[in-house]
Design a protein. Structure first.
Length: 172
C-alpha cells in the first residue's frame, strides 16, 4: 500500500509539472496562477504562505518560472514525506526535469511548423490575443494570493495588514 501511494505521488507530480510546461505560452506569469491554485488547493503540497514565499524568491532572482516551480516541487516533497530533505531534493530535481523536457520537445518539433506560418495574417494576429489573456491571468494571480498577504487571517476575520501594502513580508 505504501509503495502504491508513493508511486501515485510521483506519477501525479510528473504529470502536473509536464502539464505546466505545456501552458507556458504567455510566459511564466501565465502558468504561475495555475501552479499556485492547483498545488495549494488540489494537491495540498504546500500552503498559500509557502507559495507566497516562492513568489518572493522568484522576484528577487532571474528566471521566476523555474525557480517557483522548483520551489513548489521541493516544498511539496518535503511536506508530503514528513520533512524529508532527501525527498524535497528528489522532487526538486524531478520537477525541473518534467518542466524542461516538454519545452525542449515542443521547440524541436514545432520550430519547422512555425517557420511555415510567417506571412499568414490570421496567425500573426494571435500574439495580440495571447497578450490579453496574459493580463487576465496575472490579475487572477494577484487576487488569489494578494488577499492572503493583505488579510493574513482571512478577509472576514482580520483587519488589513497595512505594512503588507508597503513591504513584502518575508518569513523565516
Amino acid at each position: 500500500m505504501e509503495i502504491d501511494f508513493a508511486f501515485t505521488f510521483w506519477k501525479n507530480m510528473g504529470l502536473f509539472f509536464t502539464q505546466t510546461a505545456f501552458v507556458t505560452v504567455g510566459g511564466s506569469y501565465t502558468v504561475l496562477p495555475y501552479v499556485a491554485q492547483y498545488s495549494v488547493t488540489k494537491l495540498h503540497g504546500l500552503s498559500k504562505l509557502q507559495m507566497i514565499d516562492g513568489f518572493a524568491l522568484a522576484e528577487t532572482t532571474p528566471g521566476p518560472l523555474i525557480i517557483v516551480l522548483s520551489f513548489v516541487g521541493s516544498m511539496a516533497g518535503y511536506n508530503h514525506f514528513g520533512g524529508s530533505l532527501w525527498m524535497g531534493a528528489a522532487r526538486l530535481l524531478a520537477t525541473t526535469y518534467f518542466t524542461f523536457l516538454p519545452c525542449f520537445l515542443m521547440i524541436f518539433a514545432g520550430a519547422p511548423l512555425i517557420e511555415k506560418t510567417h506571412g499568414i495574417e490570421i496567425i500573426e494576429g494571435i500574439p495580440g490575443l495571447i497578450t490579453a489573456a496574459v493580463v487576465g491571468v496575472i490579475l487572477n494571480l494577484t487576487l488569489y494570493l494578494g488577499k492572503d498577504v493583505i488579510f493574513p487571517g482571512g478577509v472576514l476575520f482580520s483587519h488589513p495588514g497595512i505594512t503588507s501594502l508597503f513591504v513584502i513580508p518575508f518569513r523565516v
